[in-house]
Design a protein around this ligand. Structure first.
Ligand SMILES: Cc1cc2nc3c(=O)[nH]c(=O)nc-3n(C[C@H](O)[C@H](O)[C@H](O)COP(=O)(O)O)c2cc1C
Length: 327
């Protein structure tokens, strides 16, 4: 058992969180992670309406008695989703743990706190983590440059970001981005984190709703098979390397702007990748860590072996370095 400030603050067994994932974070996956003692996360905006989100939360509750969280990603948009209505649905459904991402959680904190919700804020820099701490979140999850999705613009990998966060934060935090196994969990703990949040690893599990070809591609993929798109727009996203993301990189590098790639990056095409398994239908998200993903296990198995392997590394391998004479 690896007990940390995070497991205590959230009332979970293992310090392993499944981060919110658009089109992927549905009830079956989130419930499987929670049932194994980690913390699964339903992704609010994957549900077309707040009422559908409530139904998805109920579905997860039918699968596990353990807490399941909800990710609410608040990104600036020309035509934003009704964030307040999704937040209302989360509160009405009695959810007790929320992962916020994409913007300062401050405007939402009063309502969450009043309802006893513990907030984990996902961010990509120490300064944003400190800001989140100052507005009363329970924990933060800090995404290094390795991560799938939005790594921010600072390009600081976890090896520096995690201990830098540990030096400054007083609340528990998870290291996020680039984690797939017990080696990662043991390393995160050594660097000062209280646990890990994983995305890509949980996307490549049996309960993940993405098409089998996507999982096969992740297993076959290496740490070199991602692209960083939107660098010039200062809205960087790490996505799978494919014909579409190659074209987006090229068009923007030639001086194009968002209008020139808008159709290429449209979310409906990316969704087709996950639903139909056509790997070049659009942009889809995955991290460098695919180079460490070699199978498609049950999500609960990922939680169990990550924790068991980390324990073994901490107990045997690292202890050996501390006192070689004892071995
Ligand atoms: C397919 C996919 C979709 C994602 N969608 C979201 C999202 O909607 N909101 C969010 O906060 N993070 C999102 N993420 C990021 C993950 O929660 C997590 O921060 C990231 O995957 C960590 O990096 P890793 O993949 O190396 O574990 C997504 C990740 C993936 C792989």
């Amino acid at each position: 058992m690896v007990t940390t400030r995070l497991t205590e603050a959230l009332g979970i067994e293992h310090p392993v969180i499944q981060g919110g994932m658009m089109w992927v974070g549905r009830a079956e996956l989130a419930a499987a992670v929670s049932e194994a003692g980690g913390l699964g996360m339903i992704t609010a905006l994957t549900q077309p309406t707040p009422a559908d989100l409530v139904a998805e939360i109920e579905k997860a509750r039918a699968l596990t008695d353990k807490p399941v969280g909800v990710n609410l990603t608040i990104l600036p948009a020309i035509d934003p989703p009704p964030y307040d209505e999704y937040r209302r649905a989360i509160l009405d459904a009695g959810v007790t743990i929320v992962e916020t991402a994409g913007a300062n959680p401050e405007p939402h904190m009063d309502m969450f706190t009043a309802h006893g919700v513990r907030v984990i804020h996902k961010c990509t820099s120490v300064r944003h983590a400190l800001k989140a701490q100052s507005v009363g979140v329970t924990a933060v999850s800090i995404d290094g440059f390795e991560c799938a999705g939005h790594p921010g613009e600072d390009d600081v990998p976890g090896l520096v970001l995690v201990p830098a966060a540990a030096d400054r934060l007083t609340i528990p935090f998870t290291a996020c981005g680039g984690f797939a196994d017990g080696r990662g969990l043991a390393a995160a703990l050594a660097l000062g984190a209280d646990g890990i949040t994983m995305g890509s690893r949980f996307m490549c599990t049996q309960e993940s709703p993405v098409a089998p070809t996507v999982k096969e591609r992740i297993v076959a993929g290496t740490e070199r098979d991602t692209n960083l798109i939107f660098r010039q727009l200062r809205n960087t996203a790490r996505v799978a390397k494919n014909a579409v993301s190659d074209e987006v990189v090229e068009v923007l590098a030639r001086g194009g702007d968002f209008a020139d790639v808008r159709e290429l990056v449209a979310g409906r095409h990316g969704r087709k990748v996950f639903e139909d398994g056509d790997l070049d239908a659009g942009i889809w998200t995955v991290g460098l860590v695919q180079g460490l993903i070699h199978d498609v296990p049950a999500a609960g198995e990922v939680v169990r072996r990550t924790v068991a392997d980390a324990e073994q590394i901490l107990r045997d391998r690292l202890a050996m370095f501390a006192s070689p004479a004892a071995v």
